[in-house]
Design a protein around this ligand. Structure first.
Ligand SMILES: *Cc1c(COP(=O)(O)O)cnc(C)c1O
Length: 407
């Protein structure tokens, strides 16, 4: 390990296990380490770097705003917040937006809104509201959110957890229907599960879930923090199913890779439960975040990045699906959001990610022994080809070594 990596490991809590590379510079789809070696970023900071690193227009929005007006708090209006929220609402078709910082905060906001809506509008008796989520979900790391995670490690040691949450299998609309009671406030779901293993549900699942929710006066809350903003080849992944949710969470790419910026957006009736003092955030919607968020939304449209994710993403998925290697169990994804699941008996996705790093490709393993690909949406076909060629070589190498070991 380098001196700087040692320093991070020595003084930092070890709640992450970084791959052995110290990144010192980034630009577009590439990052560089201390020795000047270049890597292609196929991870895209879990989708936070959708615009490519240090995008000039976003850096300009950030630096110009930083010189003009910084944080003043929501105790006052600012000239930046209105245009950002207006653009976000117009683009997504939502009525109102509430700005936060991290994704987890946007999800917490959605949970609060859903519970309050259940009591104030739906008429659920006090403290009895239930929220249904999907198995394999990832919605962040707060205590209430990990309380309904199905990953044991995310919960271990953090109880007691708030009650009022239950899980149903992801992709199973009948199970959702069966789980709904008169006290159900909302169904919270990722249209494509990211951390859970790039899990794409069966076609029509979300549309059916939407119908079930509407028929039972239950809010459909789509967490598009990772799948949204063009990642899957549509502005929102739920649009593939023609679904318009009652509440929507955006984050990650919304900050242009520069800042944490998140939003909870909703129909008027849902957001109307909040009155002054009900909920808030010191930094949420600050002028710099708003300037960057607005520039990110404009860049997404002006540069045609959604269409690009659709075409280049189709190419990525084709290339991944045509790799012939017995180690691969499954290739899943949509747009520039793909997972390659490896056979556990032959190779760990973590070990393959480490080998890919040595080959000049940044990726990361996620659940279900899957290698995750979420490159910046500005990536071109030749760059995708280069990365997939490296993956093909690494997997061939692993398969060969494994065959040797078995002889
Ligand atoms: C990353 C993520 C979150 C949490 O976002 P943070 O900014 O890390 O709090 C929530 N939901 C989904 C789907 C995510 O991918």
């Amino acid at each position: 390990m380098s001196d700087l990596a040692n320093l991070e490991a020595r003084f930092g809590a070890s709640n992450y296990a970084p791959l052995p590379v110290t990144i010192v510079r980034s630009n577009g789809v590439y990052v560089w380490d201390e020795s000047g070696r270049r890597y292609i970023d196929m991870m895209g900071a879990y989708s936070a770097a959708s615009f490519g690193h240090c995008h000039p227009r976003l850096v300009q929005a950030l630096t110009e705003q930083a010189r003009q007006l910084d944080t003043v708090s929501r105790a006052y209006f600012s000239d930046r917040l209105g245009p950002f929220l207006a653009r976000a609402c117009t683009l997504t078709g939502m009525d109102l937006a509430l700005p936060m910082n991290s994704g987890a905060e946007a999800v917490e906001t959605a949970l609060k809104a859903a519970r309050k809506w259940a009591y104030k509008v739906k008429g659920v008796p006090g403290d009895r509201a239930e929220i249904i989520a999907a198995e394999g979900n990832f919605h962040g790391r707060t205590i209430s959110i990990v309380g309904f995670s199905s990953v044991a490690q995310y919960r271990d040691g953090y109880g007691p957890f708030p009650p009022g949450f239950r899980l149903v299998p992801f992709g199973d609309a009948a199970a959702l229907k069966a789980a709904i009671t008169p006290n159900t406030a909302a169904f919270l779901v990722e249209p494509i599960q990211g951390e859970g293993g790039i899990n794409v549900p069966p076609p029509g699942y979300l549309a059916e879930a939407g119908r079930i929710c509407r028929a039972n006066n239950v809010l459909l809350l789509c967490d598009e923090i990772q799948s949204g903003l063009g990642r899957t080849g549509r502005l929102l992944a739920c649009q593939h199913d023609g679904v318009k949710p009652d509440g929507l969470m955006l984050g990650k790419a919304l900050g242009g890779g520069l800042l944490p910026v998140s939003l909870f957006l909703a129909r008027r009736e849902v957001m109307a439960v909040f009155t002054p003092g009900d909920h808030g955030s010191t930094f949420g919607g600050n002028p710099i975040a708003a300037a960057v968020g607005l520039a990110a939304l404009e860049t997404l449209i002006d540069e045609g990045l959604i269409e690009r994710a659709a075409t280049v993403g189709a190419h990525l998925l084709n290339r991944l699906a045509s790799i012939k290697n017995p180690i691969i169990r499954d290739v899943r994804g949509r747009g520039l959001f793909a997972g390659v699941e490896l056979d556990r008996d032959f190779a760990s996705a973590g070990a393959v990610a480490a080998r890919l790093l040595r080959a000049g490709v940044l990726t990361k393993d996620t659940h279900r022994n899957t290698i995750r690909f979420a490159p910046p949406l500005i990536i071109d076909q030749a760059q995708v080809d280069w990365a997939v060629d490296r993956l093909t070589e690494v997997l061939e190498d692993v398969a060969k070594t494994d065959t040797l070991l078995r002889q």
